[in-house]
Design a protein around this ligand. Sequence first.
Ligand SMILES: *[C@@H]1O[C@H](CO)[C@@H](O)[C@H](O)[C@H]1NC(C)=O
Ligand SMILES: *[C@@H]1O[C@H](CO)[C@@H](O)[C@H](O)[C@H]1NC(C)=O
Ligand SMILES: *[C@@H]1O[C@H](CO)[C@@H](O)[C@H](O)[C@H]1NC(C)=O
Ligand SMILES: *[C@@H]1O[C@H](CO)[C@@H](O)[C@H](O)[C@H]1NC(C)=O
Length: 362
Amino acid sequence: MKLDSIIQTFWVLPTFVLFATAHSWVEQLTVIAANGTFTGTPGYARGNWLRTAPGFNDTTMTYLIPPDGSANVTLVLPTDKLCKNTQQTQTQSDGSPRLKASAGAAIALRYQENGHVTLPWNQPGKPKNRGTVYVYGTTEPKVGETLLDVHGAWTADGTGGDKRGVLLSTQNFDDGRCYQINTGNISEARQTEYPHQANSLMGADLWCQQDVQLPATAPSGKLYTLYWVWDWPTAPGVDPTYPQGKKEIYTTCMDIDVTGTTTSHSQEQDSYATDQNLDSAAIPSEFADLDEDGSAKATQSPLESSSSSSSAASSESSATATTIWQTFTSTIPTVTETAWRTMEKTVTVRECQATGATSAGQ
Ligand SMILES: *[C@@H]1O[C@H](CO)[C@@H](O)[C@H](O)[C@H]1NC(C)=O
Ligand SMILES: *[C@@H]1O[C@H](CO)[C@@H](O)[C@H](O)[C@H]1NC(C)=O
Ligand SMILES: *[C@@H]1O[C@H](CO)[C@@H](O)[C@H](O)[C@H]1NC(C)=O
Ligand SMILES: *[C@@H]1O[C@H](CO)[C@@H](O)[C@H](O)[C@H]1NC(C)=O
């Protein structure tokens, strides 16, 4: 009790102050047990730098494409690398080991929302789902891998691009639950709806996650590489600084030590434990959407309102929902915060509802 309140006091402040400048990366990987609870020892990205380590700052882990200072922010160049320079090789840093997981295992990739979910009006012209997060998988990563060789090229069935890898998952950056503590109405609503005890890892915040599944065919005794790509574009004609819009992509490159195979997730697909501690629980809709036979299907979720309280999902409708959203963002006429709010209301996700997706809440 006493410890909790100390931790809370200690952590609330820094996260509150930092949200405006911080961007996101995969901070931790964890295996998810059949009941949806995180299990085992967490793993970390290549070249990870823990927030608690000396010398940490926001740029030690963020990797932006196009990079700051690019001549044309609407362009990703064929030479733009997929992985940050500190994540080019399959190397771990001291204290940040690789995740060990079985082929077919369900894995949560967790990241902080940094206000991008709870304070969406801070960045005009951004997608309502706060961008889309993609996870690509390969047993044949390359040093010097380029973004365009992978992102938008590799496909779920493995026939895309140079066929070295697959698209494993596509989700909304906003997982429907996550928040940082601030006085915005979204954060306050979520603090009430998804309460948890502050802890030394997340502080009082609740991190976002993307739940993916390793292919059942990932060879045991080898490394399997995951590329996390957060695609968070600015639409044209909204922010006067970017009349043509801009691309804004962040990545994290990770490897997993594959040891054996598991069928636990698929066998117990319906055994998600209700009312479990949110600090260590998969997102129910994403978890349920993982493929039953552990094949490399791209899991997807539909567009969700950032103010939505529902986390139900239906994979069938996601393509539709994404298309509706993209159409919408490219036609936003004005620049103001009001425009964003109006937008939030006018994106009737009725069409999505009709196809089985989650509604926009109000
Ligand atoms: C952040 O840390 C990196 C080393 O990881 C260093 O090169 C850089 O100068 C630091 N930036 C700031 C703003 O302190
Ligand atoms: C950036 O590139 C796009 C696509 O090639 C082009 O249409 C646009 O005019 C360029 N913008 C600037 C500012 O050069
Ligand atoms: C879920 O399963 C794991 C591993 O079997 C177990 O440690 C954990 O207590 C279970 N969680 C709940 C909420 O039942
Ligand atoms: C937050 O406020 C905005 C603007 O007033 C509103 O559109 C939105 O529905 C609110 N969200 C929540 C979760 O209260």
